[in-house]
Ligand binder design. Structure first.
Ligand SMILES: Cc1cc2nc3c(=O)[nH]c(=O)nc-3n(C[C@H](O)[C@H](O)[C@H](O)COP(=O)(O)OP(=O)(O)OC[C@H]3O[C@@H](n4cnc5c(N)ncnc54)[C@H](O)[C@@H]3O)c2cc1C
Length: 820
């Protein structure tokens, strides 16, 4: 074949000819953007792709990821007809079996959630599972599920087919060329340097698989991933193993099986993985494997022999040990890098790159062309990580755990154990001494709950009530009736200053933030579709100085969103000041009495109304006190210079002694906010939900001068009679013993209509409370709520619930049925 000439310039340069790079090229070209050059240092698929097992399972931990794979399955089925190159796609279905009651509960929950997402799934008895997969023994099984839409593909053929589809539409695919540097100018990418010359480019896409981290570092972009060894074997032929045998997953044994040339591919996800490539990934790794490691594989083999005893007498044809890149949370990395304009990343596929590539490639191509994602992709958005997540020692220790997460029990509230503690607030040791049980968010160690004295400070996971239920009930009660302190230092804090700060922020925020100095405004940041990119609180410190307090996980993403939306010549400076300030929230009816003991400031309603902030003295410290609440009670968020945090905390605890003050954690906070109906970003508030659908119109100012991003879409939505068919509603479960965790299917008159986005226990209402997204065939208004019955599917059991558009928790009038 004649060597393709290296062009001097291209609109899009993609680095990496694995399945992901080829999918991005294919989708860009399909969208009519064919000035694409894909550069591969070896041959197409020679990196990780060629040795993948080729399983395509649709169900993932996040609905957005499941949706992308559902698209992959359609694409893989149709691609051969389009390109003439076979993909090896076969919709053979999959069986997943459960060895324990807990796993069966989990599968039943999964089945309900899958159905709510439109994925076909049936629950199986052990015997039915065996009928579908006769080679296995089922004596120890509790049951399973059947997903007819799952399948398998040939990764190399699929990659070639995608590349051909891209070429057919004008894209250039060049093999045997290595990108040696990324060219940048004034904060944006301008091209790539290769071992054969330079190509100028408007957009560069990093699809370099396990090399993507190093490629990122060439231009100051963090791509937090680390390689780990990943293994499977292929057996000699076995009786009863036919090409149409479904894929089998046995997650309690950490293993999977699929048919290959009459034998079985058997691999898995062991609980403790073996990191690889600590000294860097070699350049020359074309079609290469790592040495067999039977010791590491032993746990998988032992379990395979339990499931398929015949393997004992069947020979092994080949051992595959290939490195694959894993991320800190087992979700991949997609999107424009916040550090460098026009530099996009699609990498870190955590051993689901074959299944995900179709959907992820399309999503990334759309993001590139349209300048923003076209649906909610936060679960895989590269901006969920910060520079500290790219620390190689931390990544090394973390990926030991993330590989195994594929088949680990996804317990509600499950926390990762490795590479912790990572980020610690000034109060970490003090709270640990009080029996705090920590969880981790954006790397911060945060007290989830406080174990009573004399009990173990650890969470025992289960799908029913967990061991913290009563302790959290006490924290909840104290917040509603007395006073509690929450360490919320992990809040992200962004300082926005400059001559144009007010005007620019007001255009980016949906509410009017041009309030008096000392005003505090709750607002959404909306996209052009009117959906939530964030919700946060804006504190006006000075005329042109604003402190934005936002979710712990949102620092990078919110900063990026704001900076991208600033006018070109605006005089505005944004600084992440998260590390400089702690936040201690003192909440509850007695919070004023406690605080008043420590300050000369007047805390009365008249002098310090809701929605305002003041700099006040507090003991020896000087702090910002912000009259806000996320729990629905009287309270202040104290924004404290980090070095004064311990002093303020000790003062609060001392002053609160006579008022029954308690420490409270994030589980209590969640139950309190859910009871009050307060929405949370990335749970209820997503880029696909508008304030009208979320019931938050009060935080939108349609009339403010200059408008705001998303206004036109919201005005159109108001006039659209169908817009409110999709809504966020609150459910309170009737049976007080039921426990919800989120992700459950919601039924309206017995038919799936949506899902629980977040759930907790409302200890004041005495029942499980949930905020749910529903999609009806008619507007969801008070009449709709009144005239239908609602249930939640809890692992196959339907639990009746009462629906509300406004919270039934109101301190003045308890359990009032809401009006629309
Ligand atoms: C044993 C094993 C089994 C697996 N089984 C499955 C499965 O059943 N299902 C599934 O969905 N996934 C599976 N996977 C995962 C899947 O293989 C990967 O997620 C996927 O192949 C990643 O594709 P990619 O395009 O991101 O990376 P790669 O295929 O590695 O492609 C990246 C390419 O970039 C090139 N490159 C890097 N640096 C440069 C540079 N500087 N210049 C030019 N080119 C460069 C590399 O040569 C490489 O070809 C498995 C993985 C392993 C290891």
């Amino acid at each position: 074949m004649a060597k393709t000439e290296l062009p001097e310039r291209a609109q899009y340069v993609i680095v990496g000819g694995g399945i992901v790079g080829c999918s991005v090229a294919y989708h860009l070209a399909k969208m009519g953007h064919n000035d694409v050059v894909l550069l591969e240092q070896g041959q197409l698929s020679c990196g990780t792709t060629w040795h993948a097992a080729g399983l395509v399972g649709q169900l993932r931990s996040q609905p957005a990821m499941t949706n992308l794979i559902r698209y992959s399955t359609q694409l893989y089925a149709d691609l051969e007809a389009e390109t003439g190159l076979a993909t090896g796609w076969m919709q053979c279905g999959s069986v997943t079996v459960a060895r324990s009651e807990d796993r069966m509960t989990m599968l039943m929950r999964t089945a309900a959630a899958a159905r709510a997402q439109g994925v076909d799934v049936d629950v199986l008895t052990p015997q039915q599972a065996q009928e579908k997969w006769p080679v296995m023994q089922v004596d120890d099984l509790k049951g399973g599920i059947w997903m007819p839409g799952d399948g398998k593909a040939n990764p190399t053929d699929l990659t070639q087919s995608l590349a051909k589809g891209a070429r057919m539409r004008g894209a250039k695919v060049i093999e045997g060329i290595k990108v040696t540097n990324i060219l940048t100018k004034e904060g944006r990418v301008t091209g790539v340097e290769t071992d054969q010359g330079r190509i100028e480019a408007e957009i560069v896409v990093n699809c370099a698989g396990q090399w993507a981290r190093r490629l990122g570092l060439m231009c100051g972009v963090n791509v937090p991933l680390h390689s780990a060894e990943h293994m499977y074997i292929v057996t000699e032929t076995m009786k009863g193993v036919n090409p149409d045998l479904p894929v089998l997953r046995d997650p309690d044994g950490f293993i999977y099986f699929k048919e290959e040339t009459g034998g079985l591919v058997m691999g898995g996800f062991e609980p403790e993985a073996k990191p690889w490539g600590m000294d860097g990934i070699p350049d020359k790794f074309e079609f290469s494997l790592l040495p067999d490691d039977w010791d590491q594989f032993e746990i998988l083999l032992e379990n395979a022999l339990i499931r398929v005893p015949e393997m004992e007498t069947t020979g092994v044809r080949k051992f595959y040990n290939g490195p694959e890149s894993f991320t800190p949370d087992n979700n991949y990395l997609l999107g424009e890098a916040p550090e460098l304009k026009n530099f996009f990343v699609g990498a870190g596929f955590n051993s689901m790159g074959i299944a995900s590539a179709g959907g992820a490639g399309r999503a990334l191509a759309e993001w590139i062309v349209r300048g923003e994602p076209t649906s909610d992709l936060f679960a895989v958005d590269i901006r969920r990580f910060a520079d500290f997540n790219n620390n190689p020692t931390w990544l090394h220790d973390r990926v030991k755990e993330t590989l195994g997460l594929h088949y680990a029990m996804p317990w509600p509230n499950r926390e990762l154990d490795t590479a912790r503690p990572f980020r610690r607030s000034a109060l970490y040791d003090r709270l640990a001494a009080k029996n705090a049980v920590f969880g981790s968010k954006m790397g911060w160690e945060r007290a989830n709950w406080f174990a009573p004295e004399g009990t173990a400070a650890e969470t025992n996971y289960s799908f029913g009530r967990q061991n913290w239920h009563n302790a959290v009930a006490a924290e909840h009660k104290a917040t509603r009736e007395d006073v509690a302190v929450f360490d919320q230092s992990s809040f992200a804090k962004l300082l926005v200053q400059g001559r144009d700060a007010c005007a620019e922020l007001n255009r980016i925020c949906a509410a009017n933030i041009d309030v008096d100095t000392g005003g505090t405004v709750y607002t959404g940041l909306l996209n052009a579709r009117g959906g939530y990119e964030s919700d946060l609180t804006v504190l006006r410190l000075k005329e042109q100085e604003f402190l934005l307090i936002t979710g712990s996980a949102q620092a990078v993403r919110d900063a990026d969103w704001i900076e991208k939306n600033l006018s070109a010549d605006a005089h505005v400076f944004l600084t992440d000041v998260t590390a400089a300030w702690s936040v201690l929230a003192i909440m509850g009816p007695k919070s004023r009495q406690v605080l008043q003991k420590l300050t000369k400031a007047n805390l009365s309603n008249a002098a310090f109304p809701f929605g305002t902030l003041q700099k006040i003295d507090l003991g020896y410290a000087t702090v910002w006190a912000n009259r806000m609440t996320y729990v629905g009670e009287l309270g202040w968020e104290l924004i404290v210079p980090v070095e004064f945090t311990v002093g303020v905390y000790e003062d609060l605890k001392r002053a609160g002694q006579g008022h029954d003050i308690v420490d409270a954690g994030y589980y209590a906070l969640d139950g309190l906010r859910l009871e009050k109906g307060f929405r949370a970003w990335s749970r209820e508030l997503t880029p696909d939900i508008t304030p009208l659908q979320a019931g938050l119109s009060f935080a939108v100012d349609f009339e403010k001068p200059g408008g705001f991003i998303g206004r036109e879409a919201l005005v159109a939505a108001k006039a659209d009679p169908d817009h409110l068919n999709k809504r966020i509603i609150q459910l309170v479960v009737k049976d007080e013993a039921v426990q919800l965790w989120g992700g459950e299917a919601v039924l309206c008159d017995g038919v799936e209509i949506g899902e629980v986005r977040s759930a907790g226990y409302g200890h004041t209402l005495g029942a499980a409370v949930a905020l749910c997204e529903i999609n009806a065939a008619e507007p969801v208004n008070a009449e709709f709520i009144k005239s239908h019955s609602f249930e939640v599917d809890v692992a196959g059991k339907r639990c009746a619930a009462t629906a509300y558009l406004r919270t039934p928790y109101d301190p003045k009038s308890e359990r009032v049925r809401a009006e629309g």
